[in-house]
Ligand binder design. Structure first.
Ligand code: ADP
Ligand code: MG
Ligand code: MG
Length: 930
């Protein structure tokens, strides 16, 4: 720093916008002073001075001269003198950095007191008790913050004194007691720090400023910055704000309090807060006395209440944002001590945004931008009752937001059975597989002990909008015995737990939850978002119910309908299996014909829910064996059946053997034994067991034959459609017949058929021929025109590179960024998440999980290339995204800039995406991919 560096700014000269230099508290003290609010005179020692101090280990040259000069100006303004016996000036030295870090750094009050000025203070106030109380508070705070004396040492001295005096509460202590206490505190400081408390006020001030600067590097502060990812670009060093002391503890005409200009829990436009008469600021927070609601001031101090309301209105009018402020009333005079933007919960943010627009305080742009899209996560899912303060049993990853309570169930079948009888269920598993899907339908929430935030459990739960906690590694699941261990604790099936998928916490018992509320204010705010946004928002929905819900939340269509989810439902799975296991094409077609009406009904339900809006249906995508039992499961079942058969065989021999061993016993049981054997032989003749063994063995053979080394890169997607065209034929027919029937009922449908996993345009062309033929047939048979778009998923690297060719046949592209990310990184998602990604973040090799936040630099480049080449061939090409990234705000922002037409995400994320799409447009100018 040069000699000319300005280290100190008076509150009346500092630039209220320069939080980096002055810290948030300092900048706002300057700003409040500038707009004429009653701020006690003071000045800011800059964050630059803090950094210089921390670097050199001593305060910069000349700094204390500046401080003294500024102090002289306060003295002139207040008519008081720092450290003087008559009319002594007292000050506080307060920390405050560019980012609010509440309670993480230090503040020292009542500086300037020593035996001489104390006498003066007592004379000036006529209050001896007050004087000694102020003095002992200074000794304690200074001792703790500047000299490192632990609180306990002071607390102990206080406790001893109270005991000797025979009182319980601090307020019962007399002036003499506090005088005595101050002496004991001075002794504590000497004994614990090896220094005596400095009587020289200038020295107090200098040491206090240095101590506040050091608190920037205190453990609490460092941990906090790490936790909330506060980088030096966001806040670098703390300022030290030197502020004239005002006292709220000078009698019944004095008070102190904190307020919000609006209710931070509901957004209600009324000043909300608490105050205490005859108290100092810290007492309100310390909870020693119970404060009163600010409304009570109307009775107790009506004139000051009116002033306070005016102060709040001025603050909000000036900042155009809800403010959280501190005030003190000294003998009937109101002082403003601090203000900052109020932190509110999501419902309050939404309501205040809408209200402030209606009040003319802010415009719609600002109303939208002040709400972070991710905040809507809180609103779209049930949450734990905010007043709940329990300790979690275990903690995993917050994998799908929302809270749910229910009884523990360890397998999907039991979950389904119990769910049918109306029980609330939490499915608890080590990890989940596609065949657990019916358990997901039945469960309120899912808890796994393994897997990351994009594990199967997490992805499926998010898609369904159900809470999920994944990777709770302290839980050891023992499916066989239907128990789980958490340390020494044992959880049994049927016991109730609550999971919070927004935080990852797992609680024992039922914690009360608050339901989703899609308020009118939210609808209003989101309608403004839709006006502002360029990007459309669609939903991923697999059935009519999900489609209806997505529409309520403002989806402008369906961007992805996964037909296999329909296959997976319990009543259809056996038909699907029959289809897969069919030996001949004929048998397969027969099974497919049973499925077609079922699929058709689903499509009709979806088209009805989406009347007037486009619906993109993806043809069958996953590898077939996902619908079949696993080899291990089949082997186990066959083994059980064989045991059963052997057991029956040995039962038949039993009477003879028994006769040999114990004729008396044989005689006794002969009757009932022969009855049992009679029944068994009837069973044997039915050959039920043999049949089942044969059938299962057949299935096992097929499952073995179908096994693939890398199923996700194997026989799936359009490859299935090419090898078994009858499957795609059935699906295409079901879609188009459903559409035709809906049209005849007067609905407005816009189906879009999409082909997954396309690598070459030749695949697409084959399917296009199928579609065209069936389309013509359905139109002829139904006698009505069925609008239809045909397109391709783009989720394979080659498809991106061959986009121009793809666009010859495809009328639209939909980026499947989950698979495209896997392919671009050559990471298998589950392995990456479970094994090495966490390490990669820690080592700084990757900043974000590419499966959560779209990798703009790699995957994004491929997308841009595909869009450019596709549109060069077909300018009207529609482009969307249907991977999970479609609901993630940063990825949505990229999609806006990449020129996509819409994003598609799970239903509960639609509101988030609508707001994010508006933000993307409103913040267009500030976009950078760095
Ligand atoms: P924090 O950032 O932890 O809130 P502050 O610097 O705001 O720390 O101070 C702690 C408490 O002391 C607050 O209640 C504040 O109102 C009070 N306080 C700080 N400076 C003064 C002052 N000059 N006069 C009266 N009270 C003060
Ligand atoms: Mg404060
Ligand atoms: Mg895919």
């Amino acid at each position: 720093m040069t000699a000319a560096t300005k280290w100190v700014y008076a509150f009346s000269e500092g630039d209220g916008r320069n939080k980096m230099l002055l810290g948030g508290k300092g900048a706002n003290l300057c700003e409040m002073t500038r707009i004429g609010l009653p701020v006690p005179p003071g000045f800011v020692v800059t964050t630059e001075a803090c950094l210089a101090y921390l670097a050199a280990g001593r305060l910069p040259d000349g700094l204390m001269d500046d401080v003294r000069a500024h102090l002289a100006r306060i003295e002139a303004a207040t008519g008081k003198r720092f450290g003087a016996r008559s009319s002594p000036l007292l000050v506080s030295v307060r920390s405050g950095s560019a980012m609010s870090m509440p309670g993480m750094m230090d503040t020292i009050l009542n500086l300037g007191l020593n035996p001489a000025s104390l006498t003066g203070l007592i004379e000036a106030t006529g209050n001896e008790r007050f004087g000694w109380d102020a003095y002992r508070r200074l000794i304690q705070l200074f001792g703790k913050v500047a000299l490192g004396v632990p609180d306990e040492a002071f607390d102990q001295a206080m406790a001893t004194l109270k005991q000797e005096a025979g009182v319980r509460l601090d307020i019962e202590l007399s002036a003499e007691h506090l005088h005595d206490l101050a002496q004991r505190y001075l002794e504590v400081v000497r004994a614990k720090s090896g220094h005596s408390f400095p009587e020289d006020p200038q020295r107090q001030l200098e040491v206090a400023i240095a101590a506040v600067f050091r608190s920037w590097n205190g453990k609490r502060a460092i941990d906090y910055r790490k936790q909330f990812k506060i980088t030096p670009q966001m806040a670098n060093g703390t300022a030290a704000n030197v502020c004239t002391m005002v006292f709220g503890n000078l009698g019944s005409d004095s008070a102190t309090g904190v307020g919000f200009t609006r209710n931070p829990g509901t957004g209600e436009p009324a000043v909300y807060g608490e105050y205490l008469v005859n108290a100092q600021g810290e007492d309100v927070v310390a909870g020693i006395r119970t404060p009163k609601p600010i409304l009570a001031m109307v009775e107790e101090m009506p004139a000051l209440h009116a002033q306070l309301m005016k102060l709040a209105a001025t603050l909000e009018g000036h900042y155009r944002e809800v403010q959280d402020f501190e005030f003190t009333i000294e003998r009937g005079k109101l002082w403003a001590l601090q203000t900052r933007n109020g932190k509110m919960n999501a419902p309050a943010m939404v309501r205040s945004s809408v209200d402030m627009v209606h009040e003319g305080l802010i415009d719609k742009r600002r109303a939208l931008l002040r709400v972070a899209p991710a905040m809507f996560e809180q609103l779209m899912v049930p949450r734990l009752d905010p007043s709940f303060r329990g300790k979690p049993l275990a903690t995993g990853l917050p994998a799908s937001p929302g809270a749910a309570a229910g009884m523990i169930v360890f397998d999907a079948d039991t979950a389904e059975a119990r769910g049918k009888s109306g029980a609330k269920i939490i499915l608890v598993r080590e990890e989940t597989k596609p065949e657990d899907i019916h358990g997901f339908f039945a469960a309120q929430g899912v808890l796994t002990s393994r897997g990351g935030r994009t594990s199967h459990a997490a992805v499926v739960a998010r898609g369904m909008g159900k809470p999920c906690v994944s990777g709770a590694e302290s839980i050891v699941v023992d499916v066989r015995n239907k128990v789980a261990h958490i340390g020494p604790a044992l959880l049994k099936e049927g016991q109730i737990i609550t999971i919070d998928g927004s935080t990852g916490a797992v609680y024992f018992g039922e914690v009360p939850t608050v339901e989703v509320e899609f308020s009118r204010d939210m609808a209003t705010l989101l309608s403004w978002a839709d006006e502002a946004a360029r990007l459309g928002v669609r939903a991923n929905a697999d059935g009519p119910r999900e489609a209806r819900r997505a529409r309520e939340w403002g989806a402008q269509g369906i961007g992805l309908c996964r037909t296999e989810r329909m296959f997976n439902q319990m009543d259809r799975l056996h038909i699907v299996q029959e289809m897969i296991l069919a030996d001949t094409k004929q048998a397969r077609v027969a099974a497919l014909e049973k499925l077609r009406p079922i699929q058709k009904e689903d499509f009709k339900g979806i088209f009805k829910a989406m009347d007037g809006l486009p619906v993109t249906v993806r043809l069958l995508d996953p590898p077939m064996h996902e619908f079949l039992p696993t080899v291990a499961q089949l082997e186990l079942e066959i083994a059980h059946l064989r045991h059963f058969r052997d057991a029956i065989a040995s039962l038949e021999e039993m009477p003879e053997t028994l006769k040999l061993l114990n004729p008396r016993l044989h005689h006794q049981y002969e009757g009932s034994l022969s009855k049992l054997l009679g029944g068994l032989s009837e069973f044997k003749e039915s050959h039920l067991d043999d049949d089942l063994i044969a059938k299962k063995s057949e299935v096992l053979k097929k499952v073995r034959a179908m096994a693939e080394v890398n199923p996700m890169l194997g026989h799936r997607g359009v490859r299935l459609g090419i090898t078994y065209p009858e499957i795609y034929e059935m699906q295409i027919r079901a879609i188009l017949e459903a559409a035709a029937e809906c049209i005849r009922e007067g609905l407005n449908v816009a189906p879009e058929i999409m082909v997954p996993q396309v690598v070459t345009v030749e695949e697409l062309k084959r399917i296009a021929v199928l579609v065209e033929t069936i389309h013509a047939g359905v139109e002829a048979a139904s006698g009505c025109k069925v609008p239809l778009k045909f397109g391709s998923m783009i989720e394979v690297v080659r498809a991106c590179l061959r986009a121009a060719r793809m666009a010859e046949t495809a009328e639209f592209f939909s980026f499947g960024t989950n698979d495209l990310t896997q392919a671009t990184f050559s990471f298998s998602r589950e392995d990456a998440e479970n094994k090495f990604l966490p390490l990669y973040y820690d080592a700084g090799l990757l900043r974000d999980n590419p499966f959560e936040v779209l990798d703009v630099k790699g995957v994004g480049e491929l997308m841009k290339l595909a869009i450019a080449n596709g549109r060069a061939k077909r300018p009207e090409l529609k482009v969307g995204i249907c991977g999970e990234h479609g609901g993630e705000p940063a990825s949505i922002r990229f999609c806006h800039h990449a020129g996509l037409d819409y994003v598609s995400c799970s239903g509960p994320r639609v509101p988030i995406a609508r707001l994010a799409a508006a933000h993307a447009k409103l913040l267009e100018a500030e976009y950078s991919t760095e």
